[in-house]
Design a protein around this ligand. Structure first.
Ligand code: HEM
Ligand code: HEM
Length: 234
C-alpha cells in the first residue's frame, strides 16, 4: 500500500474525491440507528459511571444542564435505548442478519492481520483481509452486541425491580457489562473518529452521506472495496 495515501495532509480536501472517488459504506437507516445508539450510549455511560463512582449526591454537568437527577436521566435514556434496540431489531432485521454474518466469520490470515495491526494504525499498512469488517471490528462488534444486550436486559430489570436478591444480581451483571463495554467503546470512537493516521477518513463511512474516499476504503477494507468496485462496473 503506497504511503502517500496516509501521509498526504491535503487528502481530506482533495478536489478529485468527487462522486467518482467515493463509495457508499453504510446506508441511511444504519447511519441513523448508529447515531441514536451513540447519543444514548454516551449519556448512559456518563451518567452510569457517575452513579458507579458514588457521585449521586452531587449532580453531574448533564444533570445540571437538564434539571433531571443523574439516576432519572440514566433510566429515561435507558428506556430510549431499549426502544431503539427493539425497533431496530424488527425494522432492520435484514441489516442485522448481514451485520451478524459478517461479524462471526473469521478466516485464515486474520491472525496475521492482528500481528500487523499495532504498527498499521500509524502507517496504514494493514494486513490483507477479505471481510466487510476488519478482524478487529469483528471482535469489537461481538463484544458491543453482547454487552449492550446484557445492559439493556439487566437495565430494564433494574428499572422494574426494587430490591431483593434479583436486584443484587442485576446490578452485578449491569456493572460488569459496563466494565467490558467501556474500553471497547472508547477504542471504537478513537479509531472511527479517524485521529489515527491509518484510519483517516473512515468517520465518513457513518456520517453525512455515508460515503468515504475509495483510497481510504481500499486501505482498511481491501476485499470489500474490490467487490464493490466490481459490482459498480458491471
Ligand atoms: C450503555 C449502556 C449502559 C451503561 C454503560 C450503564 C451503566 C450503569 C451503571 C454503571 C450503573 C450504576 C450501577 C451501580 O450503582 O453500581 C447503572 C445503573 C442503572 N442503570 Fe444502567 N447502564 C446502561 C444502560 C441501561 C439501560 C438500557 C437501562 C434501562 C432502563 C438502565 C437502567 C439502569 C437503572 C435503573 C440503574 C439504577 C439507577 C439508580 O441508581 O437508581 N441502564 N447503569
Ligand atoms: C458510543 C457508542 C457507539 C457504539 C456502541 C458504536 C457501535 C458501532 C458498531 C457496532 C459499528 C459497526 C462496525 C464497527 O464495529 O466498526 C460502528 C461503526 C461505525 N462507528 Fe460507531 N459506535 C459508537 C460511537 C461512535 C462514534 C462517537 C463515532 C464517531 C466517530 C462512531 C463512528 C463509527 C463509524 C465511522 C463506523 C463505520 C465503520 C464501518 O463502516 O465499518 N461510532 N459503530
Amino acid at each position: 500500500m503506497p504511503d502517500d495515501q496516509v501521509a498526504d495532509p491535503g487528502a481530506d480536501t482533495d478536489p478529485e474525491a468527487g462522486a467518482h472517488g467515493t463509495l457508499e459504506r453504510n446506508p441511511r437507516p444504519a447511519r441513523w440507528f448508529h447515531a441514536g445508539v451513540y447519543v444514548t450510549v454516551l449519556v448512559l455511560g456518563a451518567t452510569g459511571w457517575w452513579l458507579l463512582l458514588g457521585r449521586e449526591g452531587s449532580p453531574s454537568a448533564l444533570a445540571r444542564a437538564t434539571g433531571v437527577s443523574d439516576a432519572d436521566l440514566h433510566t429515561v435514556t435507558g428506556w430510549v435505548l431499549a426502544a431503539l434496540v427493539a425497533v431496530g431489531a424488527v425494522a432492520g432485521a435484514r441489516g442485522w442478519r448481514t451485520f451478524w454474518r459478517e461479524s462471526v466469520r473469521f478466516r485464515r490470515g486474520d491472525g496475521a492481520w492482528f500481528r500487523r495491526w499495532p504498527a498499521a494504525v500509524l502507517t496504514g499498512r494493514f494486513g490483507r483481509h477479505e471481510g466487510r469488517f476488519d478482524p478487529g471490528q469483528r471482535v469489537a462488534n461481538l463484544v458491543l452486541v453482547a454487552t449492550l444486550l446484557a445492559l439493556v436486559v439487566t437495565g430494564v430489570g433494574l428499572a422494574l425491580v426494587s430490591g431483593g436478591p434479583a436486584f443484587v444480581w442485576l446490578v452485578r451483571v449491569h456493572r460488569w457489562s459496563t466494565y467490558a463495554l467501556t474500553p471497547v467503546v472508547v477504542g471504537h470512537v478513537i479509531i472511527a473518529a479517524g485521529v489515527l493516521p491509518g484510519y483517516r477518513g473512515v468517520w465518513r463511512a457513518m456520517h453525512l452521506g455515508g460515503r468515504l474516499r475509495t483510497t481510504d476504503a481500499q486501505r482498511v477494507w481491501p476485499g470489500w472495496t474490490e467487490r464493490q468496485e466490481r459490482r459498480r462496473r458491471r
